[in-house]
Design a protein around this ligand. Sequence first.
Ligand SMILES: [Zn+2]
Length: 258
Amino acid sequence: MPELIEVDLYRKAAESALGRTIASVVIPNETYLVGDSGLPKFRAAICGRQLLGIRRIGKLLLLDAGAVSIGMRFGMTGRLIVDGEPAIDQLLYTTNEVQERHVRCVITFEEEGALSMIDPRRFGNVELAPDEGQLGPDAAEITSEELTIFQRSSASIKALLLDQKRIAGLGNLLCDEIIWRSGINPTRGGRTLQTSDLELLASTIRGTIAELSDRGGSHMGDLQSQRRQGGSCPIDGYELERDIVAGRTTWWCPEHQL
Ligand SMILES: [Zn+2]
């Protein structure tokens, strides 16, 4: 599933379309377009505009078209195809095969080529001028000061890290890997976190994202191969525990995650 690392690969791939002028947009099922613009207004706002910037905040990809931005969210299974080339060859939990019925949004350019969103399970969406203020600071550059808001919440650390309003970009796999590397129990409440915990957490978030970006994806973590029945902690060999935390399947080590 696309997390910050995957969406950043989409951002880099989409950069080849910078400077091109949008000719048309096709959204086969209009419910994929969220917000209050509606398709005619969306088309009027972006067609004829030049693609001037490509940005990412957390898991949100932003295409700056003239004075407005197009937001793309990739949900569980979304992918971006740039000029016919998939930005990521293989994405965990999804099929690589592109089926026509899974094409959710196609933006074509006057010069050449197109950006296409493929999303089999359709949990993603497209929005004109999304509210960027709804997102917390980007996880790739998070600081311990920005995490102090965790100390005012009794929610679990897993829920806090998944909450895109508090910190943007982490999904289930990155969360479990980061919490495991930090030696913190995923069910621990935010209020129990000390300043030293937040410093360790912030540096682990940044470091894990950088390392797994180099390795090629959110699914390249050290814990990944052990996320299964009978899986054991790569640090100390203890059998991992599995439970639903913050509504998501969560794996952790009962020995060193306290
Ligand atoms: Zn362990």
